[in-house]
Design a protein around this ligand. Structure first.
Ligand code: ADP
Length: 358
């Protein structure tokens, strides 16, 4: 790999137009373009095409083919990009750079399904990812990752080893506590168990740890959110009025404990008719948008109600990682947007996030 000085002193490559074209690239995740400081090297191949290497400060590798197209168009030359994800921020908790809580005001809205697919999508975007299932009322991550019946193991009788599935490190409260016990848990007990699971699992180095929170906004959720050094939370809701009212309570709770709300995900947003292809808004329309607007947070994604999502889940497979499934693009767009929001919230205090309509 070339150092910047060597590279940019190269007479054959005109750097300014390339830097300008990268800066002009726009998308939901790259709302302020691609910064010059993400560039590791630019070189020219014998056939005059350009070879660019980038270190991305957030997980967004799947967008590089679009960036190549944009550059080829802008510069009128063939461009190929090699990228890696290199998050330079210091780890906030042990070797973990960002902890992201996935929460919901009420149960059954698809929080766990969304959490695990976001984790899979972030991994596919080039990040090191873990998922911690803290949903004491119905830990479903073991099922969603095909790990039902797996036994937790320890290393040297000290640290719990995370499970490894679909390239994601995973740990679940469901491996350790019979679910019937959870109904009698109180806030401090549950948050204690979460801290213990977080602390005593040998996560190693992670860019993102996704935490699947218990649904609701009671004592347990409040104490849990206070115990975890989270970079932010994503609130999953359906478009129904009741779910939205509970999502609103979720926003209020996270505001109270100063955990930034990165945005809402509207799950089961609409149903695409398999006959005519039309989108039907079974549970209502624009509710999440209005709620988000009221609280000054974005809607990060509209995920459709899709039979495939349920079927993959029941088989312990991640639909987000199946490139043949159209819905995988929705999850990867949401993952890139969450990753970039985490970056920009630290590096640009106020930028307008552009939300695409897909
Ligand atoms: P929660 O964690 O909020 O309780 P789950 O993720 O367990 O919800 O999802 C509840 C049920 O809804 C599961 O059967 C799941 O497969 C299904 N489900 C979740 N999201 C979708 C979706 N977008 N389309 C179809 N089924 C979904």
């Amino acid at each position: 790999m070339f150092g910047l000085s060597k590279l940019f002193s190269s007479k054959s490559v005109q750097k300014q137009p390339i830097i300008a074209a990268l800066a002009a690239y726009r998308s939901a995740a790259f709302a302020v373009g691609i910064d010059e400081k993400f560039i590791d090297s630019i070189s020219e191949n014998d056939d005059k095409s350009l070879q660019i290497t980038l270190s991305l400060p957030f997980a967004a590798q799947s967008e590089m083919p679009l960036v190549e197209l944009h550059l080829s168009d802008a510069l009128n030359i063939a461009v190929s990009i090699k990228s890696k994800v290199d998050i330079k921020e210091p780890a906030k908790f042990k070797g973990i750079k960002h902890i992201v809580l996935i929460a919901s005001g009420k149960g059954g809205v698809g929080k766990s399904t969304t959490a695990v697919n976001l984790a899979g999508a972030l991994k596919a975007e080039g990040a090191k990812v873990g998922i911690l299932d803290a949903d004491i009322y119905g830990p479903s991550i073991p099922m969603l990752l095909g790990l039902v019946g797996a036994e937790p193991k320890t290393k040297d009788n000290k640290q719990l080893q995370p499970f490894y599935a679909n390239g994601i490190k995973a740990q679940s409260i469901g491996f350790l506590v019979p679910s019937d016990d959870a109904t009698v848990w109180r806030g401090p007990m549950a948050s204690g168990a979460l801290s213990q699971l977080l602390n005593e699992t040998d996560w190693g180095e992670l860019d993102y740890l996704i935490v699947d929170m218990p649904p609701g906004t009671g004592d347990i959720q409040l104490t849990m959110s206070q115990k975890v050094p989270a970079s932010g939370t994503v609130i999953v809701t359906t478009p129904q009025d009741l779910a939205l009212a509970d999502a609103q309570k979720g926003i209020a709770m996270f505001n109270k404990v100063n955990v930034p709300v990165l945005g809402l995900i509207e799950n089961m947003s609409h149903y695409i008719c398999s006959h005519c292809g039309e989108a039907n808004h079974v549970f209502g329309k624009e509710g999440a948008q209005k709620l988000a607007h009221k609280h000054g947070v974005p809607v990060l994604s509209h995920i459709p109600l899709a039979i495939d999502i349920r079927e993959y889940s029941e088989q312990g497979k991640l639909i987000a990682n199946d490139n043949n499934a159209a819905i995988s693009k929705t999850y990867s767009a949401a993952a890139r947007l969450i990753a970039s929001t985490l970056y920009y919230q630290q590096h640009h205090n106020s930028i307008e996030i552009v939300i695409s309509e897909d």
